[in-house]
Ligand binder design. Structure first.
Ligand code: NAD
Length: 247
């Protein structure tokens, strides 16, 4: 479904980003991964994808909030392929705290990583995609950006902002045949949620109508749909992947 397409997935050395990267590679995409701190792990992830799926794959060690590093990624993509077909803005952080107890540094870092970083990436990707008048950008938002949650005010704000970004960018880029959509996962069993206190974890699981925690692959499958030609007339949408948590 993505044969010979070029795709970039941020925060893709574990969790949902890793599942998306593997799914894209399985469908024939040439890939750029992204990690923030561990070059050896990033290289090993890229090597694993190359040997398992026979596609081209390399990684950028870059913090999504650093505009200079972000720019460097796209300069490199342009040099290598002269094109980009798919961007997945997946990197994100969760730092729970009740209102009135949120440290300033946590507010700023969460907004930087979850909202400002994706804006930088979207700008650079759109520039490259405009050259070919084609592309798909998928922002990984969250159910929390739609319905909120106690202790997640800043995370919720950062993810709601991603939905706003998706809608405006979709309108602006549609004439260039660049589609922009968001995926809003519910409760997915990655490292991000494993850090929750057991009582909170159980409470979240009880709110899932389908009665099971989501898997990273459940999200990757939805992202694949939005990245592929199966969705060529879909833009400006928020696709929930939440086992019925929202209904
Ligand atoms: P995760 O913590 O396993 O993965 C997050 C990834 O982002 C990691 O690889 C991390 O290194 C990377 N990252 C963090 N800060 C970065 C930065 N500054 N620059 C580059 N990379 C950075 O969590 P996950 O569950 O796989 O989350 C992936 C995305 O899905 C996130 O945006 C998250 O908010 C969203 N999400 C997750 C859930 C869930 O239940 N797990 C639910 C809704 C939304």
């Amino acid at each position: 479904m993505l044969k010979d397409k070029v795709a970039f997935v941020t925060g893709s050395t574990r969790g949902i980003g890793w599942a998306v990267a593997r799914t894209f590679a399985q469908q024939g995409a040439n890939l750029f991964l992204n990690g923030v701190s561990d070059q050896a792990h990033l290289d090993s992830c890229a090597g694993q994808i190359r040997s398992e799926f026979g596609v081209e794959c390399s990684g950028f060690l870059a913090d999504v909030c650093d505009p200079t590093s972000v720019k460097r990624c796209y300069t490199e993509i342009f040099k290598r392929y002269k094109r980009l077909d798919v961007l997945v803005n997946n990197a994100g952080i969760l730092d729970d705290a009740l209102l009135g107890m949120i440290p300033d540094a946590a507010i700023n870092r969460t907004i930087q990583v979850n909202t400002v970083g994706p804006i930088y990436h979207l700008q650079e990707a759109a520039r490259l995609m405009s050259r070919n008048k084609s592309g798909s950008i998928i922002n990984i938002s969250s159910i929390i950006g739609r319905v909120g949650n106690e202790g997640q005010a800043v995370y919720g704000a950062s993810k709601a902002a991603l939905i706003g970004l998706t809608l405006s960018a979709a309108k602006e880029l549609a004439p260039k045949n660049i589609r922009v959509n968001a995926v809003a996962p519910g409760f997915i069993g990655t490292d991000m949620v494993k850090q929750l206190p057991p009582a909170k974890y159980d409470e979240r699981v009880r709110s899932i109508k389908m009665g099971r925690v989501g898997e990273a692959q459940d999200v990757a499958n939805a992202v694949l749909f939005l990245a592929s030609d199966l969705s060529t007339y879909v833009t400006g949408q928020v696709l929930g992947v939440d086992g019925g948590m929202l209904i």
